[in-house]
Ligand binder design. Structure first.
Ligand code: AMP
Length: 289
């Protein structure tokens, strides 16, 4: 595995791979790798000649009161995991390499951000889009792999790739969970033992919502209510949002139809957690003129 921390070196290496006709699969991460990241890497390994993983805790996507400084970092461990998974190139730039000075141009995400995490974390997706534009230009991948745990991020990246004509195939990968249903996340290390016990309630609540929809429930209000009640009954967490919207457009729904995202975010004392499920329902009948 080659480890690169300079942009120029990365660009030379990637140009060389492309000249040799190799396909490149790219997995952008913030490190502290776990089985969720590994699923993305494995999928990239299956589908490409070269697998590139980036590890970069992007300051631009953290708000002033968020966890940038204490975000978990362990490069030695990440390097070992990446090597074991068969990663070819690990790109690990310093913040000063990615942002040597103030930006003259920055991405502003215009849609799919007035709901969910976009609403609770103003500027977050602008930071995500800005770093991805840089990383896509540096790595020039054929395919980029993103986890559905961050469903809104997948929707935003889908828009970014289309709007800016990146010749990149977006590959969404299903959420990897602990045995008790908790979505794997680098932030799970923040949880106290009691919070860790309560945290699977998020997925249980989403599953209860899926079961209700399976039984014929079509009211978004009823689904939101059911999810909130379950989380309130089983955790001490403060609910940030429970939302029901179309996917990938992320338009809030009153009546469920088509591809639906039910998403939740909660704040425990030590960590903010998110989770979601996608439900596939028949499309709404077209309104008569
Ligand atoms: P992060 O390092 O948290 O920025 O995540 C890097 C990538 O891994 C993103 O595309 C995430 O959506 C994805 N990811 C994180 N956790 C999981 C998970 N539990 N299952 C699948 N993908 C995940």
């Amino acid at each position: 595995m080659i480890i690169v921390d300079r942009i120029r070196e990365m660009q030379v290496l990637m140009h060389q791979c492309r000249r040799e006709g190799k396909t490149i699969g790219f997995v952008p991460t913030m490190g502290y790798l776990h089985e969720g990241h590994a699923a993305l890497i494995d999928r990239a390994r299956e589908e490409n000649d070269m697998v590139v993983v980036s590890i970069f805790v992007n300051p631009l996507q953290f708000g002033p009161n968020e966890d940038f400084a204490r975000y978990p970092r362990d490069f030695a461990r990440d390097r070992h995991i990446a090597e074991q998974r068969g990663v070819d190139v690990l790109f690990h730039p310093e913040a000063g390499e990615m942002y040597p000075g103030p930006l003259t141009v920055q991405a502003v995400v215009k849609a799919r951000t007035d709901v969910l995490c976009g609403r609770s974390r103003p500027g977050h997706f602008d930071g995500v889009a800005t770093v991805l534009i840089k990383l896509f230009h540096i790595v020039m991948p054929d395919r980029a792999y993103f986890g559905m745990k961050d469903a809104q991020q997948v929707a935003v990246v889908d828009g970014l790739i289309r709007d800016f004509n990146f010749p990149i195939e977006l590959v969404p990968v299903p959420t990897v969970r602990e045995d008790d249903g908790l979505a794997k996340s680098s932030r799970n290390v923040y949880l106290s033992p009691q919070e860790r016990k309560e945290a699977p309630a998020l997925y249980q609540a989403l599953q209860a919502a899926a079961a209700a929809v399976e039984d014929g429930e079509r009211s978004a209000d009823a689904i939101r209510h059911l999810v909130k009640e379950h989380i309130e009954a089983h955790t001490h967490a403060e609910i940030d949002y429970v939302e029901v919207c179309s996917y990938p457009d992320l338009t809030p729904l009153e009546t469920l139809h088509g591809t639906v995202l039910v998403a939740v975010a909660v704040r425990f004392a030590s960590a903010r957690l998110i989770d979601n499920v996608i439900l596939r329902l028949p499309k709404a009948p077209r309104q008569e003129e």
